[in-house]
Design a protein around this ligand. Structure first.
Ligand code: SF4
Length: 984
């Protein structure tokens, strides 16, 4: 949120000093901002930046006679996927425009997109590799850096095993970079491989996938225009995904749609709502159950949809019955009459969609929250049609793609998991021996004497890396503690409990930070040696594909070659693989030119292995044709007319699943689970991935068998009923196996010579099983029911549990967190901590709820955007929002400095400015999470390498955030903790 403009003006001198001699254009920043429409507020845009105004900025050198080349890439600052058109003269990026033809942003950008040229040309970037020598940053060559890092890694591996090195990757990678990074960890011999999805939407992925099959947004940003009712819960797209709000608001206007915002904070998004529901932080499940209470009571549920397509809704009815309007209001603060009104709109004014973001996911009950949202959609029949669905707004450009490509501790690329069959699948795709891969990993012995194959054991989530460094060795279930962090494109201030993270950083034997700018990792600790900074090219200096939140894949061209001495991610991984002796195997089928692996070749390898998720049909050629023909795609349907060469009938970006080989020309799937479309036209069913039937134990002790297959089917399906996933055996039973070509059959038999009938649609490298199933109108993964009861999760039916640091100790006994357990190789002590918080009366001393979120000006940990002078102009101080009543109680004035104290045992503190505002209710505070560079009141600017310090520094909210982890995913809990504030 912006601080008052008068305040910014008063501080002009400070920023001007920080930027002295850095203006690269003839216009000053103020003029640029005025002309581009940003100065009035930073929210920017919503289509307000016209071609004329962008051209007028003239932030680059004056145009000469050299030819101008236009190159298209994708804005890196959120997952909407706006096209950036770069004007390049003599290899220099001289100007930019929003993509006018893009069927996603159609000529719009927000503040971040409009200022993104500076991401490349900013002079705060790292220019060359550096290492810390006795506490001083020292320039080194790339050769020296790679050699020294490689030697140190090998020494750590020899002493502590491969699991002692953590490979932290990035949502800023291209798909190809993400895939390489996961492959790198696999070839190194560890599953300690993760990225930003852990801390934003890992709970979404787990919750959604466990409900109906795939862990992704079901519909799309533009499809929201079709909704008659939209609920935005725990999201603030006006600031986090500004161009998406254009679609939301136009839908609201054209459809006269209900726009309901449910959030603890009256956000800029909520300001546009037709109904705003203020809830207490962390009470999403009571609110959803409160809605369902009215829906079931009034018979507003979609009985046919439930009967045909949902398993276990009766268990939800039983759980919801306990959430009477009185209990919901007692727990969440929402009056029953308001929830009845909202529930009626959601259930009866259809189609309705539920949009969510990190306000919902970042909790110890994050997976359960997501499941509750999905269940609300299922109960009202709002899945699988235009204007409906789970519209899940993800954070970075390619957080969806990086998740898909397996930058995760629980799976190999494309959700194959970690079981032996998954490893053998990828070994076949990579053409390496499975036994060699297995030899890269260690085995350990569990307490019960069983041998544990680390190859098949989930790794340590990025939220817990420092626990795995600091805890006694016997509490970390691998051969040794984490000894080295190799971090590519990931901020250090995005993870909770920063004071502990600082101790973890200090304990590492090796720290490597590979990023376009030095991140918080570089300055937080008192490390003196064994620390390296590698300058990495931005996403605009590398070509490859990116997957937006709506599963659409866009090809970005390299705009300019990596500047200074920076190298692109793929080159760095290649050089390091060479040093470690794994490059020959890793790049066996990937061409490498001048040390840079060719992105097109990497994507082709992904296509050859990506059957499980339908990442098999999107060849580089098809994706490039889409970028070339953007204007031909309809914005609402995202489809190109059938008679257009190269792209006819395709959906923009071939959103996955895009079945079969590229030659099969599946058009992509714009909406998941849409039975009104034939599969070959992008239709789908819920995935049959949870078995064919379920045995339920009845109260009298007898067993009832319930089918998990759907009671309906998709358009043109030749099987008029539910059906299991396809294997060669299933094709044989149907008599369809004769339609496989001899070559397809030969490939299938080679995959499993002993039992070819068991080869499934996701393991068949020929694509034949998918082709034949789809030809008969059937979806390869089967036609099953969605699950309201997900029996494999800790809470099969979503259950409200109070935050670990609850402001309501009176509710903890009734709604406690789950018992302590060992999860992801480390202990989760949430129950013990929650009990201590109650026993010690922490909520009395720290009575204010503390939450965090995004600003329109910055992104993620913020180092990159706070180094951007156009954006830094707009937001210069870290701040905390506090309600006027709470401010008055503490004698705090708007704009004054305050100390915030966190409730953790270390009693952390932070010094920021107060923004006194009614946006937050009484007893609630909120901080943006993009700041870093101050730590507990101390400015750390002089710890950055000279000239590479971000323009704006400030305190990180995660200095104050506390313990708490979702049991399914290891998600942290920064959205509901406690604090106390005093005037500074
Ligand atoms: Fe578009 Fe998001 Fe970039 Fe803004 S930050 S221009 S909404 S992609």
């Amino acid at each position: 949120m912006l601080i008052k403009r008068t305040e910014r003006q008063a501080r002009q001198g400070k920023l001007a000093a920080a930027l002295a001699d850095q203006s690269s254009g003839r216009l000053d920043r103020r003029t640029f901002l005025r002309r581009s429409g940003l100065a009035a507020g930073g929210l920017a845009t919503l289509g307000t930046i016209s071609l004329t105004s962008v051209r007028k900025a003239e932030a680059g050198p004056p145009a000469g006679s050299a030819p101008v080349t236009i190159r298209k890439n994708i804005c890196t600052h959120c997952s909407v996927g706006c096209t950036v058109m770069a004007e390049v003269v003599n290899g220099v990026w001289t100007g930019q425009e929003p993509g006018w033809d893009s069927p996603i942003n159609r000529g719009s950008h927000c503040a971040k997109g409009a200022a993104t040229r500076e991401t490349v040309h900013g002079d705060r970037r790292l220019r060359y590799p550096m290492k810390m020598v006795n506490g001083q940053w020292t320039r080194v060559s790339w050769d020296q850096a790679i050699n020294e890092i490689g030697d140190k890694l090998m020494a750590i591996r020899a002493k502590s095993g491969p699991d002692s090195v953590y490979w932290l990757g990035s949502a800023k990678f291209t798909n190809e970079g993400s895939y390489l990074n996961r492959k790198f960890a696999a070839f190194w011999g560890t599953n300690n491989s993760d990225h930003q999805a852990r801390i934003c939407h890992s709970t979404t992925v787990a919750g959604v996938a466990n409900t109906w099959g795939y862990g992704a947004m079901t519909n799309s940003y533009t499809d929201i225009r079709n909704a008659k009712t939209m609920i935005i819960m725990g999201g603030n797209p006006a600031e986090a995904h500004p161009v998406s709000l254009q679609h939301v608001l136009e839908g609201k206007e054209v459809q006269r749609a209900n726009m309901i915002v449910i959030d603890p904070r009256l956000t800029r998004t909520a300001a546009h709502a037709t109904e705003y529901v203020r809830i207490r932080n962390g009470t999403d499940i009571p609110v959803i159950y409160g809605m369902l209470w009215h829906i079931f009571k009034n018979g507003w549920e979609d009985k046919t949809f439930i009967e045909q397509r949902v398993y276990g809704m009766d268990d939800i009815r039983a759980a919801v019955a306990k959430w009477t309007p009185d209990e919901v209001e007692r727990v969440s603060g929402v009056p029953g009459a308001q929830l009845e009104r909202v529930a009626k709109m959601f259930a009866t004014e259809k189609p309705a969609t539920l949009i969510w973001c990190m306000g919902a996911t970042q909790h110890t009950v994050g997976t359960a929250n997501v499941r509750a949202f999905c269940i609300a959609l299922l109960a009202t029949g709002n899945v699988g049609a235009p204007g409906t669905g789970a519209n899940i707004f993800r954070g970075h450009t390619n957080v969806q793609g990086a998740t898909d490509l397996g930058l995760d501790v629980v799976t190999l690329p494309l959700y194959y998991g970690l079981a032996e069959g998954a490893w053998k699948h990828w070994a076949r795709v990579w053409e390496v021996e499975y036994d060699w891969l297995a030899s890269r990993f260690t085995q350990t012995t569990a307490a019960d004497g069983k041998v544990v194959k680390m190859m098949e054991t989930p790794g340590i989530p990025s939220t817990r890396w420092f626990d795995a460094t600091l805890l006694p060795k016997d509490q970390v279930a691998q051969s040794d503690n984490i000894k080295a962090m190799f971090i590519m494109g990931h901020g250090g201030n995005t993870v909770t409990r920063m004071p502990e993270a600082v101790k973890g950083i200090e304990k590492l034997d090796l720290l490597v930070v590979a990023d376009p700018v030095p991140t918080t990792w570089a300055v937080l600790s008192e490390r003196k040696n064994d620390t390296y900074l590698l300058p990495i090219a931005t996403s605009y200096e590398t070509s490859g594909s990116r997957t937006s939140s709506n599963r659409a894949i866009q090809w970005g061209e390299q705009i300019v070659k990596p500047i200074f001495e920076s190298k692109d991610d793929n080159e760095v991984m290649y050089l390091l693989a060479k040093k470690l002796g794994i490059a020959d195997r890793m790049f066996k089928n990937i061409k490498v030119e001048n040390n840079v692996p060719v992105a097109e070749d990497i994507l082709r390898e992904i296509n050859r292995g990506g059957w499980s998720t339908g990442y098999c049909g999107q060849s580089p050629e098809r994706l490039k044709a889409h970028m070339k023909n953007q204007a031909k795609f309809d914005m609402l349907t995202q489809r190109a007319p059938k008679d257009i060469p190269e792209i006819g009938g395709d959906y923009y970006g071939l959103p996955w699943p895009c079945w079969g080989t590229p030659e099969f020309r599946h058009p992509g799937t714009p909406l998941l689970y849409n039975t009104n479309l034939s599969i070959k036209e992008g239709g789908g069913t819920f995935r049959a991935r949870f078995g064919l039937e379920r045995e339920e134990k009845l109260p009298d002790g007898t067993i009832r068998k319930v089918s998990l297959l759907s009671g309906t089917y998709s358009k043109d399906s030749e099987i008029k009923d539910g059906y299991p996933e396809f294997t060669l055996g299933v094709l044989k039973k149907l008599g369809w196996d004769t339609e496989l070509t001899a070559q397809e059959l030969e490939t299938i038999q080679r995959i499993n010579p002993a039992a070819p009938d068991a080869v499934s649609w996701s393991l068949d490298l020929s694509g034949g099983i998918q082709r034949v199933a789809i030809t008969h109108g059937c979806i390869p993964y089967g036609n099953g029911k969605a699950r309201a009861n997900a029996w494999n999760l800790p809470d099969p039916v979503p259950t409200h549990r109070e935050p670990i640091y609850s402001p309501r100790p009176d509710l903890v006994a009734k709604y406690p967190t789950l018992p302590d357990a060992k999860q992801f190789r480390v202990p989760n002590m949430g129950f013990t901590v929650q009990k201590a918080v109650v026993d010690q009366g922490i909520a009395k001393d720290f009575p204010l709820i503390l939450s965090s979120g995004r600003l329109v000006e910055y992104e993620g940990g913020g180092e990159e955007t706070r180094s951007n002078k156009w954006l830094a102009e707009l937001q210069q101080d870290a701040f905390i929002e506090i309600n006027p009543a709470d401010a008055a109680d503490r004698g705090i004035k708007d704009g004054a400095w305050v100390w915030i104290y966190g409730p953790a045992d270390t009693r952390p503190k932070a010094k920021v400015k107060a923004l006194v505002t009614e946006r937050v209710g009484k007893g609630v505070t909120w901080m943006p999470f993009h700041f870093a560079g101050w730590f507990q009141g101390v400015d750390q600017r002089d710890k950055y390498p000279k000239g590479a310090d971000p323009i704006v520094l400030g305190e990180s909210v995660n200095t104050l955030t506390t313990y708490g982890y979702d049991p399914v995913t290891g998600m942290q809990e920064p959205k509901a903790t406690l604090c106390q504030i005093t005037a500074a």
